[in-house]
Design a binder for this molecule. Structure first.
Ligand SMILES: Cc1ncc(CN)c(N)n1
Length: 222
């Protein structure tokens, strides 16, 4: 990471967030197999809802991107849906949960907040700010996948989830996005780089909140 131009500018808020994420009960439970199936199912369903909006956010960014990055972002908007979403129904089934829940569950408060934030930044703010908002989504999941893969999980369903984020295919797509971030940061003023760092910090907090909502099985008050 240290070889990237963006790392000194954007690395600190994500590293801090990553420590908190790795210490969270959700990921500890995924790793040692104690995570309740209900919390995992809640996460997978909410993640499906999240990924649909996330793909839209990437498509909005693709439309604003400089020509060198537009193709990468447009391709990612498609692959976010194809690869990650492809896994979710199978994970639910393997976990003994009903995949039909994918079609009947509404977005939770945390999912609503995170996806609304991503969509508004990508639609209404300059390209570099939107890019900063989606960066933790890539970087944190890759780091989580690699960290958890060192010991794996005794639970085969959780192990399958971990493997998907420790896989070379995911690493390749993260590397593509990190390169886009690098090319972007090189062209920015200090003020613009600070704006990026603020979005990285907010999105990193949302990543933590997303796992936290799953453990609490967060619901709307009515
Ligand atoms: C909430 C969330 N953040 C990130 C990722 C990884 N694309 C994800 N699947 N879900």
């Amino acid at each position: 990471m240290t070889s990237y131009t963006w790392w000194p500018v954007l690395g600190a808020p994500m590293e801090d967030g990553l420590k908190r994420v790795l210490a969270h009960d959700f990921l500890r439970g995924l790793s040692d197999g104690t995570l309740p199936r209900e919390a995992f199912g809640y996460f997978v369903i909410q993640d499906t809802l999240y990924l649909g909006e996330y793909a839209r956010a990437l498509a909005l960014l693709a439309a604003k991107a400089p020509s060198g990055a537009a193709g990468t972002l447009a391709a990612h908007a498609g692959s976010a849906i194809a690869t990650e979403l492809g896994l979710h129904p199978a994970l639910l089934e393997q976990a003994g949960l009903d995949p039909a829940l994918l079609h009947t569950t509404p977005k939770s408060p945390a999912t609503t907040a995170y996806t609304s934030y991503l969509l508004s930044v990508c639609a209404q703010r300059p390209f570099h700010e939107g890019l900063a908002a989606v960066l933790p989504c890539y970087w944190i999941y890759q780091q989580v996948g690699m960290a958890l893969a060192t010991s794996g999980s005794s639970d085969p369903v959780y192990e399958r989830w971990i493997e998907s984020y420790a896989a070379p295919d995911f690493a390749r797509s993260v590397a593509e996005m990190l390169q886009v971030v690098d090319d972007t940061v090189r062209e920015l003023s200090d003020r613009q780089a600070t704006d990026m760092a603020e979005h990285v910090e907010i999105a990193t907090r949302y990543e933590w909140m997303f796992w936290d909502a799953a453990v609490r099985e967060e619901r709307w008050p009515w």
